[in-house]
Design a protein around this ligand. Structure first.
Ligand SMILES: Nc1ncnc2c1ncn2[C@@H]1O[C@H](COP(=O)(O)OP(=O)(O)OP(=O)(O)O)[C@@H](O)[C@H]1O
Ligand SMILES: [Mg+2]
Length: 79
């Protein structure tokens, strides 16, 4: 069973001049009990991705399901 199922997530950070895209339509999912390592160069968006799929930050577009529920519709007391 998928615990986390993210589809097409995008996120940018506001720079002084313009938006800086960090995640661009990323798909990410994890099965229950699965062990996942996220690898990539510094600044490539690993922490941003993990924050977005864990609900510690929000996405600009796309959707993140946690146990089949959309994180954007969950509150602090949902689970
Ligand atoms: N809160 C923030 N405000 C503005 N820009 C940010 C913020 N967090 C991350 N960024 C920018 O987003 C990009 C991705 O950063 P992120 O921290 O996700 O990379 P990372 O892959 O985790 O890097 P590292 O391996 O160094 O931990 C970088 O260009 C970073 O400067
Ligand atoms: Mg990091």
């Amino acid at each position: 069973m998928k615990i986390i199922d993210a589809r097409g997530i995008s996120k940018s950070f506001k720079d002084i001049k313009e938006d800086k895209p960090v995640l661009n339509h990323v798909d990410f999912s994890m099965e229950e009990g699965e062990f996942v390592a996220v690898m990539g160069p510094s600044g490539s968006g690993k922490t941003t991705l993990l924050f977005c799929v864990s609900g510690m930050d929000t996405v600009d577009s796309g959707r993140v399901l946690f146990l089949n529920r959309s994180l954007s519709e969950c509150g602090e007391r949902t689970f």
